[in-house]
Design a protein around this ligand. Structure first.
Ligand code: SF4
Length: 434
């Protein structure tokens, strides 16, 4: 039997939506906003909230690439949303179907005194180089990290520019089993070499670097100046900063917050914009925000944003659960996914002492598309006709081990948490056919 199940009507894999090219989903069109370098002002945050309310379904997602998206947009409202956001300085950056935002950097890039290269300057140069490359695949991603105190952690990108000593950059690309280090470059040459590699990548025509064969990768590395191609594993970037306060230089601090399940309402985003007035706002790949302000102000913001429902502490159990909008926001869903995810997170709270806070252990998905977390989780509940297919250590489209009403699944997780079990699957094993 095939382990994959059918995706809902309207679902698309591989589409990279923008404002001009919103993507059809189960809940209408999805429009994605790509703030340059992942930074935006409080008034731009307000424009996003207004746009979601006026032209979408009033909810905003923060994506795993640190972008924002609005769901529930219609054919009629999409152009109006694009216009409003362009006026706010958040419009698309290219109209040829290429990547709207090519680079991913850590939210504290440029503020971390331990960084060994000027990450924002390099990211700007790479964005400019990328815009000059026609036919660049829409999902192309370049991860740039300065190896400061906090970084991007393990990240799935096509190309990597990671500091390796002051002013030195290791050039990497994705291989079959992870990032490969091609060689070392002076920082001032990194954007140029990457631009050449992007041209070769576009010319070859693969959608992602991982789709290419070793010979094609060797060609790209050679074009970038690395010949012969003798790659070694690329060391991962430092782990990302966790929610909470991080002291920066002088009297400045950054407050890292996450949106529960990567999602917030327009009103909640507006509240953040209001509270963050005067602070700098950056998006993070942990589906959240970094607010940079005076240390005193940042501490006050932490309490206020906790009251507004954001995740402001590393041990918050909602960090372990991924969830999509579900029903009724998405027509492909038949269960109230965020409510159920919040209950599951609460049930997991007794396990807070276990070292699992940095990864997703539970995924509640409204259907097999798995918008919130397409990869595997320890436990995935996939909504279908009002109940859940239960997938153990698999992705949402994998064959389920059993099928349960939500209350029954919750009851089992509560029992596992009360017993302090380090893994969740034993409580579902009874249902697994032998
Ligand atoms: S996974 Fe969730 S948001 Fe995505 S299509 Fe299915 S129900 Fe909708």
């Amino acid at each position: 039997m095939s382990p994959r199940r059918l995706l809902p009507e309207g679902a698309r894999r591989g589409w990279c939506p923008s404002l001009a090219r919103p993507m059809p989903t189960g809940d209408g069109l999805l429009a994605r906003i790509h703030p340059p370098l992942g930074r935006l002002t409080p008034s731009q945050l307000r424009a996003v909230a207004d746009g979601a309310r006026a032209h979408g379904n009033g909810h905003i997602d923060v994506t795993a690439r640190g972008n924002l998206q609005i769901r529930g947009v219609s054919e009629a409202s999409a152009p109006r949303l694009a216009c409003a956001l362009a006026e706010a300085g958040l419009g698309d950056t290219r109209d040829d179907g290429g990547p709207q935002r090519l680079t991913l950097t850590a939210p504290l890039a440029g503020l971390d005194p331990a960084e060994q290269i000027d990450v924002p300057a390099l990211a700007r140069a790479v964005e400019i180089a990328g815009r000059a490359v026609p036919r660049l695949p829409a999902k192309t991603l370049v991860a740039i990290d300065g190896r400061g105190a906090h970084g991007l952690g393990a990240v799935e990108a096509d190309f990597f520019l990671f500091a390796e000593g002051p002013g030195q950059v290791a050039f990497g690309l994705t291989g079959e089993s992870g990032p490969l280090r091609c060689g070392l470059l002076p920082e001032r040459q990194a954007a140029g070499a990457l631009g050449l590699a992007l041209m070769a990548f576009a010319e070859i025509g693969g959608r992602r670097m991982r789709d290419l064969d070793p010979h094609q990768r060797a060609v790209i590395a050679a074009v970038a100046g690395f010949f012969p191609f003798e790659p070694t594993p690329l060391a991962p970037a430092p782990a990302p900063a966790t929610p909470g306060l991080t002291a920066l230089s002088g009297e400045t601090s950054a407050l890292l917050v996450q949106a529960p399940f990567g999602r917030c309402t327009a009103s909640r985003l507006e509240q953040m914009a209001h509270l963050a007035e005067g602070a700098e706002v950056r998006l993070s790949a942990e589906r959240g925000f970094a607010l940079v302000a005076s240390s005193r102000r940042a501490a006050a913001l932490q309490a206020e944003l906790a009251r507004a429902g954001f995740i402001v502490a590393p041990g918050d159990p909602r960090r372990r659960v991924a969830a999509c909008p579900g029903a009724p926001a998405c027509r492909s869903g038949t269960t109230p996914v965020p409510d159920h995810a919040a209950q599951l997170a609460q049930a997991l709270a007794p396990l807070a002492g276990l070292d699992v806070s940095a990864r997703i252990t539970v995924h509640v998905s409204g259907c097999a598309k798995g918008c919130a977390h397409p990869g595997p989780a320890d436990l995935t509940l996939v909504g279908r006709e009002g109940a859940y297919d239960v997938v153990l250590a698999g992705s949402p489209s994998a064959e389920p081990a059993t099928r349960l009403a939500f209350e029954a699944a919750l009851d089992r997780i509560r029992k596992a948490a009360a017993a302090g079990l380090p893994a969740l699957d034993p409580v579902f094993q009874d249902d697994v056919p032998g």
